[in-house]
Design a binder for this molecule. Structure first.
Ligand SMILES: [Zn+2]
Length: 189
């Protein structure tokens, strides 16, 4: 998919600066509309990413049914209500059924879903679903801990609050011991 029209977004940002009471002609802002447009294009490139290309054959056959866990994947996204960043960490665990991911691919998948306007809850679900579907895992657990600038900089101004969301599928949902193991491994028990 083609990227967004950077020229068109630049002119919208130019107009936005005027509406905010700024002078877009002053030196410091001269290139701001173009920079903002490019930054937004990058931060939303998850819309245009091809899931199969992201995974790019980094799924390997492996005869194991032990829990695989990748902790502390850095996460940066934009909340869809305010278009302000939320950021934190994502932990992913799964129990394979003959197939595993190359480790770096999980981080790429997180980026792919994070780089769009998001709700933390939906992002958590999407990551668990894609892991489940792409390798036919027996179960998946995903936890995201994130801080939202829309809460920290405005509104209720809860500077220290972290939002935690989790999504469990398959055996992580059905089996209490598996879910407990996941929570222990991510340090939540
Ligand atoms: Zn928000």
């Amino acid at each position: 998919m083609a990227g967004p029209d950077v020229d068109r977004i630049s002119s919208l940002v130019h107009q936005l600066l005027v509406e905010l009471g700024e002078d877009p002609a002053r030196e410091g802002l001269a290139k701001t509309p173009e920079r903002v447009a490019k930054a937004l294009a990058f931060l939303t490139d998850g819309y245009r990413a091809d899931r199969k290309a992201v995974i790019n054959q980094a799924v390997f056959t492996q005869d194991t049914s032990s829990m695989v866990i990748v902790k502390d994947i850095e996460l940066y996204s934009l909340c869809e209500h305010h278009m302000l960043p939320f950021f934190g960490r994502c932990h992913i665990a799964y129990i394979p059924d003959g197939k595993v991911f190359g480790v770096s691919k999980l981080a790429r998948l997180v980026d792919m879903y994070a780089r769009r306007l998001q709700l933390q809850e939906r992002l958590t679900e999407q990551v668990s679903r894609v892991v489940m579907d792409e390798i036919g895992a027996k179960g998946v657990g995903v936890m995201i801990e994130a801080r939202h600038l829309c809460m920290m900089m405005r509104g209720v101004e809860k500077q220290n609050s972290t939002m935690v969301t989790s999504s469990v599928l398959g055996v992580f949902r059905d089996n209490l011991a598996t879910r407990e193991e996941f929570l222990t491994l991510v340090g939540k028990r």
